[in-house]
Design a binder for this molecule. Structure first.
Ligand SMILES: [Zn+2]
Length: 382
């Protein structure tokens, strides 16, 4: 067994109506003024107002920023940071999916240490603790409430860059399954399969440890047996609880084990063609799983048993069974079967492959991968 580091520095509050604990967490943190980062979609649904009321009922001032969009940009981070500094707030509440949490983490870095978020690109460039963040996920999910990374799009380069630093871990995560029980089916599908992929990539990562394995296995168990039901009916409380917890377990797994080629390749797809993150990952997944099969040391069979709709444990497993199962899962969830179906064209493959190779996730993918492999994988998934 190789050496590893594993730590869960966050406080995780889980449960129906756990949102009500928000003021007490803010007070424990000494915050009398919070900066709430969210998006216009959640504002339109009344969710932002609801959170604001919970905060303000306890005499805590709340300034809101609703400029977050999917695949948030450097400009959005700059705008959010400027408003944070002007507000006089001392902590951040991140309300939303991965994008709001990415903006919150990046804002927390710039508010504390200044400069541009591009200065912190890559591994461990953030020099110390950032502004404290309380993360409230509204999807299941990015797992971003427990991860050390922020993905920000640098439009100048058409590039989704990753800032990865343990200083960015949110201090608190409030997991209230009620928050995900009103999402549209398409969002539940895209975010849910993304969470499953987080667990799968962490599980086969070269950086996996027994602790991340435990988290990944729990995540695959919860998500594998509830994803279809949750997409079918988001009001299914048991499925919603399983998805919310599963997504966070997956986040804990990949925060320490990292990811693999699926995420390395999906970021350029989103940057060039604006395909939703979870959808891009799901389309690429069967192709990458097939490629990585050569490096498998028995983990594929375990993954298969977590996600298979068949209740019987297989005794004659072959990797192509997992590939077929994942294709069927995508079809059941309404995910396009190919990149071209999602609007991706072949003319950007070279650029996308060059960008994918810059991802730190390629280095921990179980099968050694070079740019020719990435090009071939894009061509196959197209
Ligand atoms: Zn993801």
């Amino acid at each position: 067994m190789k050496d590893f580091t594993f730590k869960i520095p966050q406080t995780i509050e889980f449960g129906i109506d756990s949102l009500q604990k928000l003021p007490q967490l803010l007070k424990a943190n000494g915050s009398d003024h919070v900066f709430l980062i969210s998006d216009k979609g959640l504002d339109g649904l009344g969710v932002v107002q609801k959170i604001k009321e919970i905060i303000e009922a306890d005499d805590i001032t709340c300034t809101t920023y609703l400029g977050t969009v999917p695949n948030p940009t450097v400009d959005i981070v700059n705008e959010s940071t400027k408003l944070y500094k002007e507000s006089g707030a001392t902590s951040i509440v991140a309300l939303g999916g991965g994008s709001s949490m990415d903006v919150a983490k990046a804002t927390g870095v710039l508010a504390k240490f200044g400069g541009q978020i591009t200065d912190y690109e890559g591994l461990h460039k953030v020099p110390g603790p950032i502004v404290p963040i309380i993360a409230i996920p509204t999807t299941a999910g990015s797992g971003s409430e427990v991860t050390a990374s922020a993905v920000i799009t640098d439009e100048a380069r058409n590039y989704k860059m990753s800032v990865i630093s343990y200083e960015m871990l949110p201090k608190y995560a409030i997991l209230d399954p009620k928050m995900i029980m009103t999402v549209p089916a398409s969002v539940a599908a895209a975010c849910g399969i993304d969470a499953l992929i987080h667990a799968m990539e962490a599980y086969v990562s070269l950086n996996a440890s027994p602790f991340t394995d435990a988290m990944a296995e729990k995540a695959m168990g919860l998500i594998g047996s509830n994803l279809r039901q949750f997409v079918a009916n988001r009001q299914d409380e048991e499925a919603a609880c399983a998805m919310m917890a599963g997504s966070t377990f997956a986040g804990l797994a990949f925060a320490w084990a990292r990811l693999g080629n699926v995420h390395a390749m999906s970021h350029p797809v989103s940057a060039y063609f604006h395909v939703a993150h979870g959808v891009a990952n799901a389309i690429l997944l069967p192709t990458v799983v097939e490629f990585n099969a050569l490096a498998d040391r028995g983990r594929y069979e375990k993954i298969y048993n977590y996600i298979s709709t068949s209740k019987e444990l297989v005794t004659d497993f072959t990797p192509d069974m997992l590939v077929e199962e994942l294709k069927q899962l995508n079809a059941d969830l309404g995910i396009p079967a190919s990149l071209s179906e999602a609007g991706v064209t072949a003319d950007k493959i070279q650029e996308m492959a060059e960008d994918a190779m810059k991802s730190p996730n390629v280095a921990v993918n179980p099968r050694a991968t070079n740019i020719k492999d990435i090009i071939a994988l894009y061509e196959k998934a197209l």
